[in-house]
Design a protein around this ligand. Sequence first.
Ligand code: ADP
Length: 261
Amino acid sequence: QEFELQSQKINRFLENVDHKLVVMSGKGGVGKSTVATNLAVFLSKQGYKVGLLDVDVHGPSIAGLLGLTGLRMNTVNNQIQPYLYTENLKVLSIQGLLEYPDDPLIWRGPVKIGIIRQFLADVNWGPLDYLIIDSPPGTGDEPLTVAQTVTGCQAVIVTTPQEIALADVRKSIQFCQRVNMPILGIIENMSGFVCPGCGSLHAIFKSGGGEKTASDWGISFLGRLPIDPGVVTAGDAGQTMDSLASHTKEEMQRIVDRIIH
Ligand code: ADP
């Protein structure tokens, strides 16, 4: 009964969200959270109302990427208030539940599922153009809960170009197919490095693997982002866009344009 009521609340919220995207990856450290955060920031700067939800219970990093560590969750009238990063960008992270941001979380499946559902049911998101969900790597409880709960959700899969990462991407693709979640496309991150000295592109982890996987599986390729030291500076300093190289910004903008159209 309570579950039913919660499902109704979730559906009422989702009816007011035009596009729901879950950012997934086969393995950790490929830049999934970085991509999710940048997508949210770019879309919101273009005037869209965006919600960014971090359901990565074990390694929440969205708040840090946006410079929001120490953020606590407020409730008003029994509704969780997301953090207003800008007028167009509301952020909610599991980090807000932690007293100390470095606390490791040892939560079992049902607890994680409950928290994710609450983040959809009891949050004052308001109407959104885009809800972007940062899911932990792999195909565990969190992406499964998202796939089963967020009607109309589409997956964006982030990978790095080398074969070892691509093997895991194929698992993510099959996961999406099994749970009937459409895949919006694949993004290849850390795809080459533009040398600031000589200006030419070096394929450090090789390049093109993400695009090839996409075409092998009949999935859209959304674009590639280079290795950019500015991404690390930006992430560590909590200022997403400001330190990105202009080439990275252009590629990111191209990806966002493809997602919009
Ligand atoms: P994931 O969410 O897949 O675990 P993160 O987004 O947390 O990965 O990124 C892992 C690390 O790699 C971070 O330190 C981040 O700053 C860095 N990183 C991600 N993308 C790039 C990139 N294109 N160029 C350079 N560093 C990157």
